[in-house]
Design a protein around this ligand. Sequence first.
Ligand SMILES: *Cc1c(COP(=O)(O)O)cnc(C)c1O
Length: 404
Amino acid sequence: MTLFRPTAEQIAALTHDDRPVCAFLYDLDALVRQVRSLVSALPPGADFFYAVKANNDPRVLRALAPHVGGFEVASAGEVRRVRAALGTSARIIMGGPARTESDVTTLLAHGVERLHLESIQAMRIANAVADATGAVLPVLLRVNLAGPVPGATLTMGGAATQFGIEEAAIPDAITVLRDCRALRFEGFHFHTVSNNRDAAGHAALCAAELALARRWAEEHGFDLKLVNLGGGWGVDYADPDWRFDAAGFARLLAPHLDGRTRVQFECGRIVAAYHGAYVCEIVDLKHAHGRAFALLRGGTHHFRLPSSWAHDHPFTIQPHEAWNHDWPRPEITNAPLTLAGELCTPKDILARDVTVPRARIGDRVVFLMAGAYGWDISHHDFLCHAHPERLFLTDGAIVPERAA
Ligand SMILES: *Cc1c(COP(=O)(O)O)cnc(C)c1O
């Protein structure tokens, strides 16, 4: 199984005498099973990179390193993180908007193998910095498609966004790029949607992007070495057992690949989502205006994903029998329950009006699918509550942060 559901024993082991439970548990074995299942589905000529922003913990990077082609980063900090965790051998590619001179200096110093350019200004900066150091930097042009693109939770292209160079402006960008002697133009980058659950639709989108890249290569007379088709392979937070049909996607895409142009993917969410669980103790129960609330030790400052997506995050309740108070234990049964965190804002909600069989103060709420864009996207120090424990497991044992 690639979905990590902590066992009752693993949850019980989080209990401390002096404080309520609040912890992320990450199962690195489940992570490896997941990435292997994705990589093994790919056709020849395709490379699978991991988008570091989904979960940049060094233990995650080290677990993934033997199974992926390399790592996609979007900042100088992520470059340094990958190098600190994995040394100089890991392959790194870099994208992202708002590029600065110091980004390019850092990527050159750390041996990043390719930069994805999102604007003419970024192109000129990269060229100037590379030229000054005598380097020739391989680049892709990131495209923001003209047409609307259906079917995903987040849209980065085919719409008015800050990402990439709009399709109509690509011919001009190619012209400018030809004069950048410190840049080597290798192809195009597309990361158009995130969380696409439609494998056939995603294959059709990628095929259309490949065709567009080939058309530009023909029209402008250059060798199309590489097309990066981004990430965006979906997960379903409403159904943790559902899986993106990676094999079907690969089968539909394979006829569009040729021996001349390599393709790369750089997925984050689908790799890292399933292996993490966030476990919070219920510290209070109350009713207000006809609604039942469970107050958790924890919240969106650790796990912002459900509020950022405005969804009810999947969870289970793990009963905890001990009750050390001399007053009756509050509980609710068979009723809709809203799970709120400990922050002083009504936005600190992780699931709303979800019917549960029973919830008591002291029980543990286990949020599943918390491994990607969880801790990593959250505002940890808002209100200065204690951080959660973050425990990484392999073979049932805890992996320390600094382990080799
Ligand atoms: C975030 C991001 C990814 C990864 O996206 P997922 O939806 O997590 O697979 C890949 N490429 C770029 C440029 C990104 O910004």
